[in-house]
Design a protein around this ligand. Structure first.
Ligand code: MLT
Length: 407
């Protein structure tokens, strides 16, 4: 008799954003004449930067000629892209990351979700609350947690992000092994200082733990004192893996390209206490289960590091940050306390009421989609997340509609 992985039965019936999409589609079907504005899922709306489009076309043309045609590429990514990332994202910030410590992939969501495979099933997890649901759900699927009770999975140390700590959790008092951190944060938009991240690196060293640092939103940082990478913190090369993505940086949500950095000095241990470099384990996993990102897509990604590409991606992010500023100002004016939006594309609004109720109110009365905070965890209750990814016109219309609905 074939049997299922029963860990899946511990999960909520559907993934948060699928759940929201279902509710929104039901509303749209019932109200076809009420145009809905989507500020829920963080999906970009603006076209790819021109430099990326040109490179994409040129890459496609190369595939059309025998002399430049490419079949399978290196699973870890082409050297031209890995070298451009190492130089522009890391060397330029004083971080020592070699090109061969970078693994190019088709998405940070996949990488964040898959990375747990290389760790033992009984490692102790530290996961923020609220949190991007992928970190939790993939560990539930792998059997690293007990069942869920009262919005919490047994066996997880939750790192609570609340108004009291400015939505940046401190290190826990107990030892843990695998720590998920995300800054600029999804969903709260909070950023962490060097001092705060140093505390985490010291904690990981003390506990022989590993930090999984998701910095998919680093390009939105405008405050020069905020670190973009965990590797700006001394010692992080020994204890941290970093996830990055071109999705939000350069509008690649539908194009798909990201990367994961695993310094060769990061280790985890076998049952006998022997250290094993995680770079080798991930390389083994990646080469077995992944065949690389399409060549024209990698050419398009590398184009963001040209002079024109740098200017265009900065302009793109400045545009979304302009939306974020408007959203934060409008919600503040309506009397809500907000976090995020200045170094992040998300505004975390403390509504002080049930978050699904507030979601329904905005959908039904303003035809605006946000994300209910409770979907990100227990500490998300009482909040909603508003995304700045949309056209200026839609953001302005949405804010006018919200103001009218909340009058
Ligand atoms: C979000 O809305 O949280 C993100 O778009 C999800 C993702 O990047 O996978």
């Amino acid at each position: 008799m074939i049997r299922i992985n029963e860990n899946y039965t511990k999960l909520k019936a559907s993934y948060l954003f699928s759940d929201i999409a279902k509710r929104v589609n039901a509303y749209v079907t019932a109200n076809p004449n009420q145009p809905v504005i989507r500020l829920g899922i963080g999906d970009v709306t603006e076209p790819l930067p021109a430099a990326c489009v040109e490179a994409l076309h040129a890459g496609a043309d190369e595939m059309a000629k025998r002399a430049s045609f490419k079949g399978y590429g290196p699973e870890q990514g082409y050297a031209f892209l890995r070298e451009a990332i190492a130089q522009n994202e890391y060397a330029s910030r004083g971080c020592k990351i070699d090109a061969d410590e970078i693994f190019v992939s088709d998405g940070a969501k996949c990488d964040c979700g898959n990375i747990q495979e290389i760790f033992a099933t009984d490692v102790r997890l530290a996961i923020p609350d609220p949190v991007y649901p992928v970190y939790v759900d993939t560990n539930v699927m792998a059997g690293r947690t007990g069942p869920s009770a009262d919005g919490r999975y047994q066996g997880v140390t939750y790192l609570e992000s609340t108004p009291a700590n400015g939505y940046v959790p401190s290190v826990p008092s107990v030892a843990t092994d695998l720590i998920y951190l995300c800054f600029p944060n999804n969903p709260t938009g909070a950023v962490a200082t060097k001092a705060q991240l140093s505390e985490w690196v010291a904690y990981a060293k003390k506990n022989k733990a590993v930090i999984l640092f998701d910095s998919a939103y680093e390009a939105f940082i405008r405050d020069p004192n905020i670190p973009h990478s965990i590797y700006e913190i001394e010692g992080a090369r020994d204890v941290a893996i970093e996830f990055r993505s071109f999705s939000k940086t350069a509008g690649f949500t539908g194009t798909r390209c990201a990367y994961t950095v695993i310094p060769k000095s990061v280790v985890a241990y076998d049952a006998a206490g022997n250290a094993h470099p995680l770079h080798a384990l991930w390389n083994r996993r990646h080469t077995t289960k992944f065949n690389g990102v399409a060549y024209p897509i990698q050419k398009a990604a590398a184009a963001i590091y040209t002079d024109a590409g740098k200017q265009q991606t900065k302009a793109l992010i400045d545009f979304y940050l302009g939306n974020a500023k408007l959203i934060r100002a409008a919600m503040t004016k309506l009397g809500f306390t907000c976090m995020g939006g200045d170094n992040a594309p998300y505004i975390w609004v403390n509504t002080g009421r049930d978050s699904w109720e507030f979601f329904d109110l905005l959908l039904n009365k303003a035809q605006v989609v946000c994300t209910p905070g409770a979907g990100f965890g227990k500490c998300g209750e009482g909040h909603v997340r508003i995304s700045a990814f949309n056209s200026r016109e839609n953001v302005e219309t949405a804010l006018n509609r919200i103001a009218a609905a909340l009058k």
